[in-house]
Design a protein around this ligand. Structure first.
Ligand SMILES: N[C@@H](CCC(=O)N[C@@H](CS)C(=O)NCC(=O)O)C(=O)O
Length: 215
């Protein structure tokens, strides 16, 4: 098998790339990494010294970064779901939405979760407050944008939706919005029912207890 995918089922960025693999039934060898296990972590660091997943390996190509992995799959293993539109203007808008979900939803959500895992005395309450404010702004932007739209770019499921699904799923655990932002909530429901992401959620379920509870 040509493709190996280094990942953990709980990781939002790994789920983002997995959605793309599952959308098109792209065959791959899963290599599950446990970052807490030094031997397992070493396998990832050997490929990508930054030590973050997901990483895709295709023969001699090592492809890190979830957005780049999805572009790589779209170019080299295209299937019925195309993640980047052929039209350059539409492609730019997809990439913008992808950046939005990564930088302003996923990263700030992760800041709030990661703070709970820091040792006592090393937490960052100021940074967490700032993250919560930013997350609220981003979520209300999503709510406005999704009024009257099925997917992030309209009718087509794209890279932007791959980014949105795990980011919104975990954001809803950190700052529940399902009863107050109806369009964002309906979008998350559609994403969660999409078979590719539903499969990611089922595979993440056994590990969800590893996430610290956020009140
Ligand atoms: N920009 C990267 C972010 C990847 C990332 O932050 N992955 C997290 C898991 S969701 C990770 O590897 N964290 C481990 C660490 O930071 O040591 C991408 O899009 O792939």
């Amino acid at each position: 098998m040509a493709l190996s995918f280094y990942f953990h089922p709980l990781s939002s960025y790994c789920q983002k790339a997995l959605i793309a693999l599952y959308e098109n039934d792209t065959p791959f060898e899963p290599v599950q990494i446990d970052l807490r296990d030094p031997d397992s972590r070493a396998k990832l660091v050997e490929l990508w010294p930054i030590g973050k997943f997901p990483v895709l390996k295709d023969g001699d190509w090592v492809v890190p970064e979830s957005s780049i992995i999805i572009e790589y799959l779209d170019q080299n293993y295209p299937g019925p779901t195309r993640f980047i539109p052929a039209d350059p203007q539409a492609a730019r808008q997809v990439r913008m939405r992808d950046r939005f979900f990564d930088l302003y939803v996923d990263e700030v959500m992760a800041k709030i979760v990661a703070d709970r895992m820091r040792p006592e005395g090393k937490t960052d309450p100021f940074g967490v407050d700032q993250a919560r404010t930013r997350l609220e702004t981003a979520l209300s932007m999503v709510d406005n944008a999704m009024a009257g739209s099925t997917w992030a770019m309209g009718d087509a499921f794209t890279l932007a939706d791959c980014a949105a699904a795990p980011a919104l799923f975990y954001a809803n655990m950190v700052a529940p919005f399902d009863t107050r932002l109806p369009h964002a909530a309906a979008y998350l429901k559609r994403l969660s029912e999409r078979p590719s992401f539903a499969r990611c959620l089922a595979e993440a379920k056994p590990y969800l207890d590893l996430i610290p509870k956020i009140g």
